[in-house]
Design a protein around this ligand. Sequence first.
Ligand SMILES: [Cu+2]
Length: 332
Amino acid sequence: MNSNCARLRICRAPGTVTYGWILLALMAVAPCALKAQMSWSATVGAETNDEAEQANAFLPNELWVHERDSITWTFGPVNEIHTVTFLTPGQVRPSFTAGCPGTTPSGSSFNGTTCVNSGALSNKATYSVTFPTAGNYKLVCLVHADMNGVVHVLPMSDTLPHDQAFYNQQGLDEARDLLNDVDNPFEEVADFPARENAVLMIGELVATAGGRQYLSIVRFLPWTIRIRAGQTVEWMNTDPTEPHTVTFGTTSVAPANVTTANDGALQGTVTSTTSVVSSGVLQAAPQDRVGLGQSPPGKTRVRITFPQPGTYNYICAIHAGLGMKGTVIVRP
Ligand SMILES: [Cu+2]
């Protein structure tokens, strides 16, 4: 792209459309007096209409902009929350409730020295960040560890490789790749033929050079399971990153009335429809990295025995709001 094209695009910045020709005329007189300030847009997260499938991803997750440009992110999912967060190099990752710490207002600047954080947003909320200084900045969601991106901020003298239309297309493609993934959940269940009475929670990690992102199916598969009194159901969270719980009789995320079996799985017994039994968080272990202490294996399974006939409803205490609920029907 030549510099004339670059300047033409300045004239299409929001609010200046009608003054485009005036600006062009001004630039012809004093081309160095005006600094480009592009306003870019991108999306955070995407979901299917029933909220069952969540693309936990920055869409797209790699962008190139000029210094002084800004990017406005729009949060797609209705209920699932994400953050747009730029931590400083080497900063210890905080929890999303702590923030970086706290939140910074939309329109904040990030140059690598002070973190910025949108806080947890959803449902078409927007958050803008301006980048005054050239550099390569990692973008993270504090809610989802495997949700990463990068923003390359180039000096004005460098040519940008892509325009907004490319990023729009790229974002749609990445969302489609995640949400239209053709793996059949019931085929995934069949991958565990030795396990009778199994309920799966599944997802899939993908990555670009901008970082990891993932699809999470926030449903129990199958969501209704029929067994005989005295049998045991095993729930397995095979999602590579998303946490879930298997929770009877409470809405708390905390574990309740479970013990740990020899293989590390949790186990418990539901004796009535008012029993409080919960796995607590089931989640794959994070990947190890050089320079960090090794993390223990993740707790990803819970086995629950049902001695009495009845209909037992349960939830994922993290995702019940997205419809992640199940039923165990126990026949005599
Ligand atoms: Cu869940």
